[in-house]
Design a binder for this molecule. Structure first.
Ligand code: ATP
Length: 247
């Protein structure tokens, strides 16, 4: 296999001094170019901390991290600058003259089906449009590693479904490596080539998803993977704590 573009070795993260319990505990992780990885875990398991480390937003103090140069993040909230129109938010920080950066921003907006809102003010966007702007702002940088931190969590169910398939299409078109942090087992299985489960700062499962694309929940094997991942998360199908039910 070729050289991974992300390589973490014995990476730990503590927030309260060298003797505090680690939030990430000697993590090893390789991500290959173009691989779509989903990261599942219960609340507080360290998912965002890991994503922030891969984004270079959190320092590496224990262990080693090799990361690609071009990385981009889409957060749960789009974090747009309200005083700049949509296209300028997308173009923010791009190198080049005004004409080419505008053109690049417009191309990215077209890819997320938002070219018609290029001149709009962020506060006039719907939640889904704002998130698509965030996605365009990430794509325009042509990232080798795209980090998605629960990007659909605050969207309504239908918009969420549409965004999921849009992200799948964009990944197929551009093939960045992706790390998608999510709470949603089905979302992970619809999008990722591989699903990791984090608990107490360690990976407790690492599952390949050999289901052909475009993925359907009814595809053979999908449900077995869903049940396996729910079991790893320790919840039953209705979201109840499996251990509590067994007791
Ligand atoms: N800057 C920080 N300072 C101190 N503690 C932190 C900091 N960031 C995260 N933590 C702690 O690290 C643990 C893991 O947090 P993290 O946000 O990575 O979890 P998560 O899996 O993303 O949770 P959620 O699904 O609820 O977003 C939590 O106990 C959290 O309180």
């Amino acid at each position: 296999m070729s050289q991974p573009i992300v390589s973490l070795r014995a990476l730990s993260r503590r927030f309260h001094g060298p003797d505090s319990p680690p939030v990430l505990d000697r993590i090893n992780l390789d991500i290959q170019a173009g691989e779509f990885v989903a990261l599942l875990g219960r609340s507080g398991s360290g998912k965002t901390t890991l994503l922030r480390t891969l984004a270079g937003l959190d320092p590496v103090t224990e262990g080693e991290a090799a990361l690609p140069q071009r990385r981009a993040v889409v957060f749960q909230e789009p974090r747009l600058l309200p005083w700049k129109p949509v296209w300028q938010n997308v173009a923010l920080g791009l190198a080049g003259n005004a004409t080419t950066t505008r053109q690049r921003a417009l191309n990215a907006l077209r890819e997320v089906e938002l070219a018609h809102r290029a001149e709009a003010w962020p506060l006039t966007l719907s939640g889904g449009e704002a998130q698509r702007t965030g996605l365009a702002r990430a794509l325009v940088r042509e990232p080798e590693l795209l980090l998605l931190d629960e990007p659909f969590a605050s969207l309504d169910a239908l918009t969420r479904l549409r965004m999921q398939s849009l992200v799948g299409e964009l990944w197929e078109a551009h093939r960045p490596a992706v790390l998608l942090v999510t709470h949603d087992v089905e979302e992970a299985l619809l999008l990722a080539s591989r699903v990791l489960v984090l608990a107490n700062g360690r990976f407790i499962d690492d599952v390949a998803v050999p289901v052909p694309r475009p993925r359907r929940r009814s595809a053979p094997g999908f449900d077995a993977l869903r049940l396996r991942l729910l079991a790893a998360l320790g919840v039953d199908e209705d979201g109840h704590d499996a251990a509590a039910k067994a007791a």
